[in-house]
Design a binder for this molecule. Structure first.
Ligand SMILES: Cc1cc2nc3c(=O)[nH]c(=O)nc-3n(C[C@H](O)[C@H](O)[C@H](O)COP(=O)(O)O)c2cc1C
Ligand SMILES: [Fe+2]
Ligand SMILES: [Fe+2]
Length: 402
């Protein structure tokens, strides 16, 4: 764990998770993840969120190193998910006079998870608490994937402690501030975090609502629970979140196929080639059986065009495609142009199911499906190309500038 001074008397306490393979036991952590907590040293010493369980002992040590034998007065809980709340009991044990600050939903969860009954302050939208020089204001922003989520704003230092919002995967490898890092890498990891964790259709409107409210807040720093601290181009960061939370994507096409013996894959390649020939530069082709849904979701948020292909399998979709479309439907993802294709032996079951999915999710089908029996022949390859041309034409029309 490291302690980094982010503004006068405001510290980031951050732990790099490099060992864990899966976040929430599901999402790949190829680049790791950082857990961020914050400490404000004022007349009242205040901690904002904690860290995941493997780092708690070290975390307490870092607090002690920073404040010596002073007490922590307040612990603010912006988010109760265990990757940030696992240290609560240790903090309370070390600083038994502490007061926990949260909203009313926070304390319901706190009792459930930790049977915790410390002194409490329940805050509401706009409540302000003075720490001495710093005054904190609370924004209740529920459902940034959990019901209790809120944000804490330091009025004097203009720092927004945003919880999981604006969080990204990826450890902090030296660089901590947005002007010290490769932005492209972290924006990509931020989009992956957004699409995997907070982008579900049940919550996304709440993210958009939160973004609307933040428009009028004077922010110089955004300090999230994962990834870099943003201090350079805040409007750009807010713009990304606004864009993603309204399903606004760019010119490009994501092709995902599920195939056993490569027939469906050949069709995917034919579509991809024709897209390129027709001037679409952002084209990604993923194998649904190999590419984790984490990355598929990320790229789905990037590109307006989606083309799905499945071979027929036991009178339905191939399992990896079934898994994917079930997830997309459950997440209620919106605003995509769709094409469908696939190979079958006798009953076109894959494409049929994809078209039923299209109807259920409400994405606009860009053309007839491309389908073949066994190995794609010239007729089905021509269908693939026609689909690609229809998609390219539509994208050029929608994005004339890019
Ligand atoms: C285990 C298995 C189950 C299959 N089930 C069906 C099916 O229900 N309906 C059908 O038309 N073809 C079925 N097929 C045939 C495949 O869909 C066909 O071979 C297709 O060309 C495979 O495409 P691929 O090369 O992209 O895997 C099945 C094949 C296998 C091996
Ligand atoms: Fe979370
Ligand atoms: Fe988190």
């Amino acid at each position: 764990m490291r302690t980094i001074n982010i503004k006068e008397n405001v510290y980031l306490l951050t732990a790099n998770e490099r060992r864990l393979h899966l976040f929430e036991n599901y999402w790949p952590l190829e680049n790791g993840v950082a857990y961020n907590s914050y400490l404000i040293v004022d007349e009242k010493i205040t901690l904002i969120d904690t860290v995941d369980k493997n780092f708690v002992e070290d975390f307490i040590g870092q607090i002690e190193n920073t404040i010596g034998d002073r007490d922590v007065d307040y612990l603010i809980i912006n988010h109760m998910e265990p990757d940030h709340s696992a240290g609560i009991r240790a903090v309370v044990n070390r600083y038994p006079n502490i007061t926990i600050i949260g909203n009313k939903v926070t304390f319901n969860l706190l009792r459930g998870f930790y049977k915790e009954h410390s002194r409490q302050i329940i805050v509401e939208e706009g409540t302000e608490i003075s720490l001495g020089k710093h005054t904190l204001r609370f924004y209740i922003t529920p459902w940034i994937h959990w019901p209790e989520t809120m944000m804490t704003y330091d009025i004097n230092e203009k720092i927004l402690f945003s919880g999981d919002a604006f969080g990204s995967f990826g450890t902090l490898d030296g660089g901590v501030f947005d002007d010290e890092i490769n932005l492209e890498f972290y924006i990509d990891e931020m989009l992956r975090y957004f699409s995997n964790i907070v982008g579900d259709g049940k919550y996304i409107k709440m993210v958009d609502k939160a973004m609307e409210r933040l428009k009028n807040v004077d922010i110089t720093h955004i300090a999230s629970t994962h990834g870099p601290v943003w201090r350079t181009d805040i409007p750009k960061l807010l713009h990304y979140y606004q864009k993603w939370s309204t399903y606004t994507s760019d010119k490009g096409v994501l092709i995902i196929f599920a195939s056993m013996y490569n027939n469906t894959e050949k069709m995917a390649d034919a579509i991809a080639r024709e897209l390129a020939v027709n001037g679409i530069k952002n084209v990604r082709v993923y194998d649904a059986s190999k590419r984790h849904v984490s990355y598929i979701l990320r790229d789905l948020w990037k590109y307006r065009g989606t083309i799905l292909g499945s071979c027929a399998y036991n009178a339905g979709l191939f399992p990896s495609m079934l898994n994917l479309v079930t997830k997309l439907e459950k997440m209620q993802i919106q605003n995509h142009l769709l094409g469908t294709f696939g190979s079958s032996g006798w009953n076109k079951a894959g494409v049929k199911e994809l078209n039923k999915f299209a109807e259920r999710i409400g994405w606009e089908l860009i053309s007839e499906s491309a389908e073949t029996k066994g190995t794609p022949d010239n007729v089905s390859l021509e269908q693939c190309k026609a689909m690609a041309r229809a998609m390219a034409e539509r994208l050029h029309r929608e994005y004339p500038e890019s």
